[in-house]
Design a protein around this ligand. Structure first.
Ligand code: GAL
Length: 440
């Protein structure tokens, strides 16, 4: 009994002592929280040990190197913030975005994630109320003066701007092997008809699959460029704003063109990544590959020489049109390390960050004031085209359709690849536009 009284006295004195310390403004110790489940004290990291977890799908050829270049700038500017690279492998984010969706559902958001400007951002993350507006960052950094006017509406909703674009990529690029073309007396094709003739010649010379293709998202990528080539930019744009009839004769023709294009591709496409497919071209095993200009970052990483070991042209039938997409980074509502996330976004939107990232990644800066001297011949040509061409958006990379519409198109495309039934495919595409797009 006596012993219990003494121990109560000791505890009371200790409590009193700690209250006096706090009242005197004594520096708070690292909080120790008792976790009954583990029965071990859980020590929260001290406030000055900051970190930022950044989520992307840049792990592979050319892509990780671009991200690393921007991380170097980040570390120079913010040496006290630990950069946690949460990239998940897989081209076009097909795997990463599934992982991200699961994390968001579980309330486990990273501090910032990669999202495409356009409907992927606005029709998906903003529509779900997952993002914080970033107008304050645009004001603080004067970004409205340097970010392209075409881009701002695609990352805004109700006067709020929701992401920081780090680049502009071009989707409608035809990569080719100059030597293969030369050896077979084939000129770089400028129209779809010339494209078909070129591939007929190559097949007749024994190249079974002159057009390299990879896994399913690259099929969608190819399809969007052929829709553009076959229909032209106005009708293509109309597919996404409801002014072009998905059931129309021009769509039927475009899908038939697409069937013909597919007939020149490799039968093992489903098992190839985009890098595998692009590599077939530089290795001389295929003549052509339709891929975004991240392929250029990959070719550079492989040490290939432009114009000699790889060449480029707009996808046949699309000259004068720049089918674009833009990678951007967001600030989720309730970011675990909000200040550090803002630091990351500040670097992503800066001239220094963009001029470190883009020359390696194979993209041009979203900002209009990039230092041209840092960019190679291909990228300088992309800069020139971006400023003069008609600009249209990409489907496979989130610009023109939100996630639910894109998923429906993707499902229909998967079935089409098995059946090759154009009429059934077109009916499904019409239905997808009614269900998730602007067709009512
Ligand atoms: C795109 C992305 C590019 C590139 C590509 C291949 O969706 O915008 O930056 O990473 O996928 O993975």
């Amino acid at each position: 009994m006596k012993a219990r009284k003494i121990s109560w006295l000791v505890i009371s004195l200790l409590v009193l002592f700690s209250m006096v310390l706090t009242a005197c403004g004594g520096k708070a110790e690292t909080p120790v929280v008792d976790d009954p489940a583990v029965d071990e004290p859980v020590v929260e990291p001290p406030m000055d040990k900051q970190q930022v977890e950044v989520f992307s799908w840049w792990t592979g050829g050319g892509e990780a190197a671009g991200l690393d270049a921007m991380i170097v700038v980040f570390k120079e500017k913010y040496p006290d913030i630990e950069f946690v690279n949460a990239a998940v492998a897989g081209g076009a984010g097909t795997n990463a975005r599934a992982v991200l969706a699961t994390r968001l559902q579980a309330g486990d958001a990273p501090d910032s994630w990669q999202g495409h400007a356009g409907q992927e951002l606005i029709g998906t993350y903003v529509a779900a109320g997952q993002l914080e507006p970033l107008n304050f960052l645009y004001e603080q950094n004067g970004w409205l003066d340097v970010m392209p006017e075409t881009l701002i509406p695609l990352i805004s909703e109700g006067g709020n701007i929701y992401s920081v674009p780090v680049n502009i990529h071009r989707a409608n690029v035809l990569w080719y092997n100059p030597k293969v073309l030369e050896d077979n007396g084939v000129a770089v094709p400028g129209s779809l008809d010339e494209f078909f003739t070129a591939m007929d010649t190559l097949q007749a010379a024994g190249m079974e699959a002159p057009l390299a293709m990879g896994e399913q998202w690259t099929v969608m990528h190819l399809m969007e460029t052929i829709l553009l080539a076959s229909m032209g930019s106005d009708a293509y744009n109309g597919l996404w704003n409801g002014t072009t009839d998905w059931g129309g004769a021009d769509v039927t023709k475009a899908l038939n063109d697409f069937v013909k294009v597919l007939s020149y591709t490799n039968s093992d496409s489903a098992s190839l990544s985009w890098q595998d497919a692009s590599q077939l071209v530089v290795d001389g095993d295929a003549a052509f590959n339709v891929m975004g200009d991240w392929a250029e970052g990959f070719f550079k990483e492989l040490g290939k020489t432009p114009k000699t070991e790889f060449g480029w042209a707009p996808v046949p039938g699309t000259a004068g049109t720049f089918q674009f997409l833009s990678d951007s980074f967001v600030l989720p509502t309730g970011a675990p390390h909000r200040d550090a996330a803002i630091a990351w976004l500040t670097v992503a939107g800066s001239k220094e960050g963009q001029d470190a990232f883009n020359p390696v990644k194979g993209s041009i800066p979203a900002r209009s004031d990039g230092d041209k001297a840092l960019y190679d011949e291909y990228l300088q040509s992309a800069m020139a085209d971006w400023s003069t061409d008609v600009v249209v958006g990409s489907l496979a990379h989130g610009v023109v359709a939100n996630d639910s519409w894109k998923t429906e198109i993707d499902t229909a495309l998967g079935l089409f690849q098995i059946s090759m039934d154009v009429a059934a495919f077109q009916t499904s595409l019409e239905a997808a536009c009614v269900a998730s797009g602007p067709c009512k």
